[in-house]
Design a protein around this ligand. Structure first.
Ligand code: AMP
Length: 219
């Protein structure tokens, strides 16, 4: 049965990095709701403007908008054999909508949580810089590029997300606890949440995630 791999974790826990690695290894498309919303925000439509403001404040975008975005994207042919959700669901309501969608799409949902110590995440986020071309992720404190502000791989100027400033980051953590906390409780209580230690090095986290995915292959 094809799978929906759901990646849950605090802002900066490494969901995006791990989703990208899983996507490369297994060929499932990585669906990042944050990336899709940022693209909508750039379009400059009235809806895009609203999304941009909500994101910059660190709050969550409405469930109805997310439901539409997810349905449209996961109905594409490249999602037929499975896909990775990076950043969705984030609320219990979104989780229920996803369960319905999975039933309709005849897919099994695998919930994986990357568990991290939240204290160092603040610097991880405020120092984060991303290459808009190849997606490589840097950090001005922990993993700076060779040339300040330039991607090592393709020379592209690095981008700093509008919501990676201290104020928005604090708000995003607050939202995570308030909205995603209950979702985590729900799935861990009914035994459906696989938890991985996200404080390990990136390649070790990846290895553990792959072991879980491989153990379910054929189901
Ligand atoms: P991310 O790139 O996953 O950190 O998401 C950045 C921002 O996009 C969040 O702070 C929210 O404003 C918005 N966002 C992303 N995914 C969702 C979601 N599933 N539900 C609501 N808002 C979301």
């Amino acid at each position: 049965m094809s799978k929906i791999i759901v990646m849950i974790g605090a802002p900066g826990a490494g969901k995006g990095t791990q989703s990208r690695l899983i996507s490369e290894k297994y060929g499932y498309p990585q669906i990042s709701t944050g990336d899709m919303l940022r693209e909508m925000a750039r379009a400059g439509t009235p809806l895009g403007q609203k999304i941009k403001e909500t994101m910059a404040s660190g709050k969550l975008v409405g469930d109805d908008i997310l439901a539409e975005v997810i349905l449209a994207r996961t109905s594409q042919p490249d999602c037929e054999n499975g896909y990775i959700l990076d950043g969705y669901p984030r609320t219990t309501n979104q989780a229920h909508l996803l369960e319905e969608l999975a039933l309709r799409q005849r897919k099994k949902v695998l919930f994986m949580r990357v568990v991290v110590n939240e204290e160092p995440l603040f610097k991880r986020l405020t120092g984060r810089r991303t290459c808009p071309k190849c997606g490589e992720i840097y950090n001005i404190y922990f993993r700076p590029p060779h040339v300040d502000g330039i991607c090592d791989l393709d020379g592209e100027p690095l981008a700093h997300r509008a919501d990676d400033n201290p104020e928005s980051v604090s708000k995003r953590f607050e939202e995570y606890r308030r909205s995603t906390g209950p979702l985590i409780n729900y799935y861990s209580q009914n035994g459906r949440l696989v938890e991985i230690d996200g404080d390990l090095p990136v390649e070790d986290v990846f290895e553990k995630l792959c072991a879980v995915i491989d153990s379910l292959n054929g189901e």
